[in-house]
Design a protein. Structure first.
Length: 118
């Protein structure tokens, strides 16, 4: 049991190390948040957002959610399918599937008959 806990902690530490290395290797975006310091700032901002959406990031998320709710439109599934209908040929044709299944059935039947002769 102790071995499993130790390996789990090692795996979590390795995952954290990978995140820090990825953050350090990230190209600068011009906001001055690069490297380990930028990673820690991003981590704190994410924790703040999870806790109660306090701070600047939380206000932006709440405003975006409110705008999305106000602009939400009611539509039915039939309307959605009608709006996204495509006239191009299907990726997989039914005839191709039918032919493939027929050949597979024939091969399977021959294989079973071959086993019964032994």
């Amino acid at each position: 049991m102790v071995t499993m806990v130790v390996w789990t902690l090692v795996a979590l530490a390795a995952a954290a190390l990978v995140l820090v290395i990825a953050s350090v290797a990230e190209t600068p975006t011009g906001d001055g948040r690069t490297g380990v310091r930028g990673y820690l700032q991003d981590l704190r901002a994410g924790v703040r957002t999870l806790r109660g959406e306090r701070g600047q990031h939380g206000r932006g998320a709440r405003q975006a959610r409110r705008a999305a709710d106000e602009g939400a439109a009611e539509s039915t599934l039939e309307d959605f399918f009608a709006a996204t209908e495509v006239q191009a040929p299907a990726y997989v044709a039914v005839e191709d599937l039918t032919d493939t299944l027929a050949r597979a059935r024939e091969r399977a039947a021959r294989g079973v008959h071959g086993l019964s002769r032994r």
